[in-house]
Design a binder for this molecule. Structure first.
Ligand SMILES: Nc1nc2c(c(=O)[nH]1)N[C@H]1C(S)=C(S)[C@@H](COP(=O)(O)O)O[C@H]1N2
Ligand SMILES: [Mo]
Length: 256
């Protein structure tokens, strides 16, 4: 991060905090609110406002901005036997499983996914390795899928299990996975994408379904998704830090 950007962020944090404090004071001053508003509630309210900011949309671009070349990164042709078998069958036998802390576990084939409420958006993908690329992504919005499954109140995170083994040396822990919280899960631009630039996803870019979570860095966008598990906590999964790269030192929260 450049130092000017860092200074700018600091300034933003300071004005944000001041605006937040004065908004809290205004509301706390309202006699109807004052009665029950104790310290903890003020804190919750402040937190709520911070979280609310995370619901703003990532920038969207015109089609003319779509990159001529969009690099494929990490796994680009998984050799895992189950994945090979599904790919050989044109993903006809693919099912996206949604389970864990949900009232109604789902098993969705591609046709069912395509029948769900969808969205199409041109966004920029930013990889921590220092490259970016713009593409149009189309897919099922994650929020209605979760509504259909019915998240249990204890659910706080979604874990995306993938088909590909990125680190064969690591045994079962070499399988790619990621996790996001419910703020990102319910964000209107968060998609289970099945198309890129108007064509079905290629294997290199995550066929048949990959996550788009536009307010986060590239490694959060799980490709080759096999299962979405709703959990209260992810410390029991693989290395316990919520993702393949997180288990190897990357930040869990990769907001941009
Ligand atoms: N299943 C899986 N998802 C993954 C990866 C991976 O290796 N396996 N790499 C991540 C990283 S670091 C990036 S930048 C993007 C790359 O997406 P792309 O291949 O479509 O460019 O996918 C992310 N999701
Ligand atoms: Mo990345």
């Amino acid at each position: 991060m450049s130092s000017s950007r860092r200074t700018w962020l600091k300034g933003l944090a300071a004005t944000g905090a001041a605006a937040l404090a004065s908004a809290c004071d205004r509301i706390a001053g309202d006699p109807a609110v004052r009665a029950g508003l104790r310290g903890a509630e003020r804190l919750n309210h402040g937190l709520h406002r911070v979280l609310f900011d995370r619901r703003t949309l990532a920038r969207e671009y015109p089609d003319s901005a779509i990159s001529a070349v969009f690099r494929a990164n990490g796994s680009i042709d998984p050799g895992d036997p189950l994945y090979r078998r599904l790919a050989a069958g044109g993903f006809a036998d693919y099912r996206l499983v949604v389970d864990g802390l949900v009232e109604r576990p789902l098993s969705l084939d591609i046709a069912s996914l395509r029948a769900l409420p969808s969205r199409s958006q041109v966004t920029r993908h930013d990889c921590v390795e220092g490259w970016s690329a713009i593409a149009r992504w189309t897919g099922a919005r994650l929020a209605p899928v979760l509504e259909q499954a019915g998240l249990k109140p204890e659910a706080r995170f979604l874990v995306f299990h993938c088909f590909d083994t990125l680190d064969p040396e690591a045994g079962a822990d070499g399988r790619y996975y990621e996790s996001i919280d419910l703020v990102d899960a319910l964000h209107p631009q968060t998609l289970l994408a099945y198309e890129m630039n108007g064509s079905p996803l290629s294997i290199a870019h995550g066929a048949p379904v990959r996550l788009r979570v536009e307010r986060q860095l590239g490694y959060k966008h799980a490709k080759y998704v096999s299962r979405i598990e709703a959990v209260a906590d992810f410390s029991h999964i693989s290395g316990g830090r919520g993702g393949f790269w997180e288990d190897r030192g990357y930040e869990w929260y990769a907001g941009i």
